[in-house]
Design a protein around this ligand. Structure first.
Ligand code: HEC
Ligand code: HEC
Ligand code: HEC
Ligand code: HEC
Length: 351
């Protein structure tokens, strides 16, 4: 009784504070799945409500009609078709109707075209879209080690938005440390799973190719094997981004008793390894080059003027396999499942 009273008061005080500041408790139920041998603590835990919302947000849209692959080629029918000329006219028209639904359902064809002259390239979004088609084909052809036969379409990233919601850019807020050296830390890192880990770690790994290492082979950090506390924090910030993007735990890809050991890791880690290299290539070879085309505003570029970039969440949107692994390649294999023109256009200066 004598002991219980102070605890009861402390508890009641905490509850009081919580109701005043409006703390949002993350309540059970959670779904737990065993992914490793008994006794190894390999359990993946998911919030049931979040998982249900994830399912609702990841439904593949229906195609507008079934396209006929026979008939004249788009290159013969139209004037200025540079990438998709090998499609039949019906396949081409169906593809235009589909990307309109995927990318600009509100503005419709006009988002990319001058309706008086469909062949003209005067609207910048059409030029971006042409490069996006090349990028999408490269994902499905060159990166089967990551996307398998499932593949991706514009919808995987865009989901009815001209600018995908899940992107990253150089994050500079707050601009100045209130006091002393902050080193990009000790604020909620938007792209590091809202942790207080470094803010711009994705620049090192999904644009640059820094070593993703915590475990060093030598006693002291030397040469390429530098795994100092600073690099370690960057690695962890990336790991937070990856976990959040997939709605996953660390043990989805690691055995927590030996984070570095590939032999003890679930196979998902290998898929993720390829995913890191894929995201890096998409940003370096496609996104950065498009920078000069975009309007200089906050919708299309980051606050530092850099292009909006692709991270794991751009495709995954909070689930372990984008769109729950349902493939759209059956219908869009002819347009997005093969490479038809790999010329790299020159848009002028890049950042
Ligand atoms: C997201 C951008 C985008 C939207 C939206 C879009 N298009 Fe296109 N359209 C393109 C691109 C890119 C090309 C060129 C493809 C190529 O070079 O292979 C093109 C080419 C065309 C052409 C060929 C014109 C020619 O003579 O060269 C036609 C016709 C066309 N689109 C019709 C449509 C229609 C109809 C709609 C609306 C239902 C539409 N497009 C919506 C990007 C778009
Ligand atoms: C892997 C992800 C990804 C895929 C797949 C993808 N896009 Fe994009 N797209 C982006 C990102 C990121 C941006 C935003 C770049 C920016 O604004 O800085 C973008 C921008 C665009 C824009 C410019 C919109 C605007 O308002 O400026 C168009 C048009 C576009 N994409 C069309 C397409 C089409 C068509 C496809 C399919 C052939 C496609 N995208 C596939 C990631 C993707
Ligand atoms: C989607 C899969 C995935 C998830 C989730 C994930 N990791 Fe990783 N992790 C990897 C991959 C892949 C590498 C190796 C990267 C490389 O070499 O390019 C790695 C590397 C690491 C390393 C460096 C190991 C070394 O050799 O020094 C550590 C430590 C680590 N992860 C910790 C974590 C922690 C902690 C979490 C949870 C917050 C986590 N990871 C979540 C895939 C994942
Ligand atoms: C261009 C879109 C795209 C991007 C970007 C992307 N992924 Fe994926 N990822 C996919 C697709 C599609 C699949 C499903 C492949 C399949 O069905 O076999 C997948 C599957 C995976 C899997 C396997 C899941 C399982 O349970 O088998 C892991 C792990 C994964 N991705 C991690 C990542 C990580 C980590 C990143 C960022 C570094 C990333 N992905 C970026 C499209 C993408």
């Amino acid at each position: 009784m004598n002991f219980a009273l102070p605890f009861a008061i402390a508890g009641a005080t905490l509850l009081g504070i919580a109701s005043v500041v409006g703390v949002d408790w993350d309540a059970p139920p959670v779904e737990t799945e065993q992914v490793g041998y008994r006794g190894t603590g390999m359990y993946v835990t998911k919030d049931a409500a979040e998982a249900a919302a994830g399912r609702a947000n990841n439904v593949v849209p229906e195609s507008p009609w079934e396209a006929d692959p026979e008939g004249d080629r788009a290159s013969e029918v139209y004037e200025n078709v540079q990438v998709l000329g090998h499609l039949s006219e019906d396949q081409f028209d169906q593809f235009m109707a589909s990307i309109t639904e995927w990318v600009s359902p509100e503005a419709s064809c006009e988002y990319c075209h001058n309706l008086e002259n469909m062949a003209s390239d005067e609207v910048y979004t059409k030029i971006v879209a042409r490069r996006m088609i090349q990028m999408n084909q490269a994902i499905n052809v060159d990166w089967t080690a990551h996307v398998g036969d499932t593949g991706v379409t514009c919808y995987t990233c865009h989901r009815g938005n001209p600018v995908p919601e899940e992107v990253w850019y150089r994050d500079i807020e707050p601009k100045k440390a209130s006091r002393g050296y902050r080193g990009g830390q000790n604020v909620a890192a938007m792209f590091g799973g809202n942790s207080s880990l470094p803010q711009n770690a994705l620049e090192d790994y999904l644009l640059g190719d820094e070593e993703i290492r915590v475990h060093a082979d030598t006693a002291l950090p030397t040469g390429a094997q530098k795994a100092t506390t600073k690099e370690t924090e960057n690695t962890w910030s990336l790991m937070m981004h990856m976990s959040e993007s997939l709605g996953a735990n660390c043990v989805t890809c690691h055995n927590s008793r030996a984070f570095n050991d590939w032999d003890q890791s679930p196979p998902q880690r290998v898929t993720a390894w390829h995913g890191i290299r894929m995201a890096r290539e998409l940003n370096v070879d496609y996104m950065v080059g498009l920078t000069p085309l975009f309007p200089k505003d906050e919708v299309h570029l980051g606050p530092e003027g850099d292009v909006l970039k692709i991270g794991c969440s751009t495709c995954h949107n909070g689930v372990q396999k984008p769109l729950y692994g349902e493939s759209m390649m059956g219908e869009y294999g002819a347009s997005l499942g093969e490479k038809s023109n790999t010329d790299v256009p020159d848009y002028g200066a890049s950042n």
